[in-house]
Design a protein around this ligand. Sequence first.
Ligand code: UD1
Length: 417
Amino acid sequence: MERFVIQGRVPLKGKLRIPGAKNSALPLMCASILAEGKTRLLNVPHLMDVVTMQQVLEGLGIKVVRKDTTLEIDSTNLSGFEAPYELVKKMRASILVLGPLLARYGKAEICLPGGCCIGRRPVNLHLEGLRKLGARIKVKRGYIEAYTKGFKGSPIHLDLPSVGATENLMLSACLSEGETVIKNASRAPEVVDLARFLRKMGAEIQGEGTSTIRIGGVKKLRSTHHSIIPDRIAAGTLLMAIVISRGEAVLEGTRPDHLGIVFTKLREMGAEIEVNSDKVRIKGGDYLRSVRIKTLPYPGFPTDLQPQITSLACLARGTSVITETIFENRFTHTPELQKMGAKIKQEGARVVVEEMPSLFGNLVRASDIRGGAALVLAGLAAQGTTIIEEIHHIDRGYEELEGNLSQLGAKMVRIKE
Ligand code: UD1
């Protein structure tokens, strides 16, 4: 068992480089299934979720070799069509192998991802879309069994702009016959990165970054190489860490155009932000101002930064209101923040946070990636020592968090027991 131990109240200073995006790396790894030969992905972060996806691919007979931040994926020969329970349970994004397996091989068997601690997270939109493209799908004893004699392009209107469903359907439609038009598609940068990668593979895709994505089916795709976009959620988390510590630091290798609403909200709270090409300099103010946040699909405020900004709100002057509209239960960090002295109350899908002059170190427990990151941020600002348990959740989404924060001067260590 590992824990983070943080001595709070050290202003962060210096500079850091942002790694590649987890949520872009995972679908691109799945896209490699679509073509024979070697795919090279550059700027791939070192994270547990990437390791899990590597295991999913290896389970299908695909060879994956990591060299530093490059993954070489050879999908020439597949020996299986099944993503098993143990891996899908660890990481729901494993569902993204469903579309590519069907598109290239006509069959797939995948454990049905259940709910997780942040919500129910159904996959109905993935399955309905795949059925429209011509997949026969049965859900039996917790497994999705799917096959197709070949996908045929179709109009698909998503009820919600789901990131994963948009990606699964793009992955499927590019090897279909005819045109697919996905309406109410996700506009997220990770979807755009996937479209660019698929185009390099020979796919015909237009409209990524808007709500309507058109995909003209082709017969074959070729393997290629691609550098993953910087992680906007890791960048947002680190910006908030600097602000909550009242520090001043520079993040390099970012995509400021992916962080618009995050900059807006941090400026509203009193942070000073300067952008110079891929560099962002941020300075925490002497005090924080309260904020109103509502999570929304991109380009709205990301649900993946909601817990972290809640930690900032705990120390802000005035009353903050933070509303979660994407997941039903993304407030598991709230009782832990209360243990640290936060005046925070959950009212249905929102939390109301009252001003507190300080947080206090305590023993707390992470229960999901971003909720865990929120506790790290609270620990950086708290008086005394914060100990965070169950940090394997945080490791799923953050590369070397304690190393990066220590590089900025934080007193944070990982203790192995
Ligand atoms: C992705 C991100 C995750 C982020 C989320 C929302 C990856 C690997 N993960 O997850 O970090 O928090 O986007 O930005 O990229 N929904 C349905 N039916 C479906 C699919 C989704 O009802 O078939 C609902 C979900 O329960 C949720 C909402 O749609 O309430 C958004 O989910 P979605 O955008 O699909 O999230 P993921 O792709 O799972």
